[in-house]
Write a protein that binds this ligand. Structure first.
Ligand code: 5AD
Ligand code: FES
Length: 359
């Protein structure tokens, strides 16, 4: 580790931000030694806000039908080999009940942009989940929708929304997405979600095709500026039925390095150790927790559909029951000296902290 890298790490730990060029230098300054220092600082920052608690989110993959054609994604509409499914509201409620029994207090409804899930379908579903489990949070991860729709879903009781920005660099966004998708609309959706009072999650893939350290620095600046409550990052993993099939996967080590940087940018951030990290390395999620992550998302989807929600190759947990995933992750959390909390796991931040007033 150079003197410059060490100085940047110490400054980030103290001031919680850097200039874009400095973030770029920090990313380029990766060495195992720098990563160890950064992770130690990140764990300190996490402990000061969250102690040893790790939050569990029960992930329900409600549909792999998607109108979009993102070049990296295994469930893109052009993948004719993908066997499509969608869960009914009754099946989704059943998953939530099972999850509640296991100790989950947040349910994440994630899916492709499937026109079946109109507001007329989703709003009663969200109301039912909240009526059955008033002590739970409902998180949606259903892509881009209209302001009116986001408003109605929020009104029905949705607490949080995950919408990865994918990259803060517009030219890079165009490389990863078909021409009909717009960077501007994606960013506008994030601002709308925030204005409607959602706790918002953004995020990006590490090592996606065409990504440079300059682009990662832009992602970090965007996150430092936008101050989301949550941020999902995981390594890019090629899927064999996509145009990026021959591209190399992202790096586990760089993903962990970036998790530590994100923890220092915002010690209150809810930061998952993702399934993609666990897919590339058998101890990937543990490494993520050791780098400063504080959320894990065990799979609650019915086992019968799991293998079909294949965003990338070799995804883990496709054969396991919900209870197995839950127990597996509890053990992994304990193995790194942390504790799985039975809690909604809301962000520990005062509403005004670090945010501009909602427009
Ligand atoms: N590798 C890693 N992550 C992926 N995602 C989609 N496809 C891949 C892939 N091939 C991520 C995207 C998306 C989230 C649901 O999963 O960032 O927002
Ligand atoms: Fe699903 Fe380990 S988290 S089996």
């Amino acid at each position: 580790m150079t003197r410059e890298t060490e100085t940047l790490i110490r400054r980030l730990a103290e001031k919680h931000t850097l200039q874009e060029a400095e973030f770029e230098a920090l990313v380029d300054g990766y060495t195992p030694e720098a990563a160890a220092l950064l992770a130690a600082e990140a764990r300190k920052a996490r402990a000061a806000v969250y102690g040893d608690e790790v939050y569990l989110r029960g992930l329900i993959e409600i549909s792999n039908i998607c109108k979009n054609d993102c070049l990296y994604c295994g469930i893109r509409r052009s993948n004719a080999r993908c066997v499509r499914y969608r869960l009914t509201p009754a099946e989704i409620l059943q998953c939530a009940h099972e999850g509640y029994r296991l100790g989950f207090r947040t349910f994440v409804l994630q899916g492709g942009e499937d026109a079946y899930y109109t507001d007329g379908v989703l709003c009663p579903l969200i109301r039912s989940v909240k009526a059955d489990h008033p002590d739970c949070a409902v998180t949606l991860s259903l892509g881009e929708r209209s302001r009116g729709s986001y408003a109605r879903l929020r009104e029905a009781g949705a607490d949080r929304y995950l919408l990865r920005h994918e990259t803060a660099d517009e030219a890079h966004y165009r490389l990863l997405h078909p021409p009909e998708m717009s960077f501007e609309n994606r960013m506008a959706c994030l601002r709308t979600l925030r204005a409607l009072g959602y706790q918002v999650g953004c995020g990006f893939m590490v090592g996606s095709p065409g990504q440079t350290s300059r682009m990662i620095a832009r992602d970090l600046c965007f996150i430092a500026d936008f101050r989301p409550e949550m941020c999902g990052i995981g390594p890019f993993i090629p899927h064999h039925e996509t145009p990026f099939r021959a591209e190399p996967a992202g790096s586990v080590a760089l993903t962990c390095y970036l998790l530590s940087i994100l923890r220092l940018i915002d010690p209150t951030l809810l930061l998952p150790a993702t399934t993609a990290l666990g897919t590339l390395h058998p101890g990937g999620r543990e490494l993520g927790l050791l780098a400063g992550a504080n959320v894990v998302m065990p799979n609650l989807s019915p086992v019968s559909v799991r293998a079909r929600y294949e965003l990338y190759d070799n995804k883990i947990c496709t054969g396991e029951e919900s209870a197995q995933c839950h127990a597996c992750l509890e053990a992994r959390i304990a193995s790194v000296g942390l504790r799985a909390a039975v809690s909604r796991g809301d962000v520990r931040r005062s509403p005004a902290e670090g945010r501009e007033a909602a427009p």
